[in-house]
Design a protein around this ligand. Structure first.
Ligand code: SIN
Length: 182
């Protein structure tokens, strides 16, 4: 991987990067679908009772997948990457993807993206939306309850003008619930 200057988040990193950055900009990747198919036993669930969080699945026909891109200072990169590796250790691996920033005249940037591939032990995969929603409703972990993750992600994507139909459909199960925290 080339020197990391950008980090792209499409899940919790959209609303809670928790690292210093030079600037941030909404952006998107092509060829990937965001899905609540990754199990979480260290953030939104616990061992034996995993929650569900998002990962990216290769999908040539997918609509652009929007998230938040963060430019980081070179001198901060080693510390930030070490912290992110720890935060995303529940099945995610580093990838380098091309991100189109939503800034007029801005070129695409090569960004570090954490993707949980189907090979990781926590991967749960596809399930009916009702099943996913029921699992999320019942799940809670060290980072908070799982439904808040869904609602916070839906809200953040709305705020950037890029609602995701899969996230919207899940958030609809939790309408009226609070989306405080990260
Ligand atoms: C990300 O936010 O980009 C990775 C997945 C997550 O931590 O929710």
């Amino acid at each position: 991987m080339t020197e990391t200057r950008w980090v792209f988040g499409y899940g919790s990193l959209v609303w809670r990067p928790a690292f210093p950055y030079v600037r941030k900009a909404p952006g998107f990747v092509r060829g990937w679908s965001r899905r609540f198919w990754q199990g979480s036993t260290d953030h939104r669930g616990v061992p034996g009772a995993p929650g569900r969080v998002v990962t990216l699945l290769p999908d040539a026909d997918a609509a652009p997948c929007w998230g938040m891109a963060y430019e980081i200072a070179p001198e901060d990169a080693p510390k930030i990457l070490a912290a992110l590796d720890h935060r995303e250790k529940g099945g995610y691996a580093r990838h380098e993807l091309s991100v189109q920033l939503d800034t007029p005249g801005e070129p695409t940037v090569a960004a570090l993206v954490y993707v949980a591939t189907t090979e990781n032990p926590e991967y749960l995969g596809e399930a009916p939306l009702e099943t996913i929603a029921a699992q999320i409703a019942a799940s809670r972990g060290p980072s908070g309850d799982n439904r808040t993750y869904v609602l916070q992600l839906a809200r953040s994507l709305h705020e950037m003008g890029a609602p995701d139909p899969h996230v919207e459909a899940l958030a609809a199960f939790f309408e009226g619930a609070s989306a405080k925290g990260g």
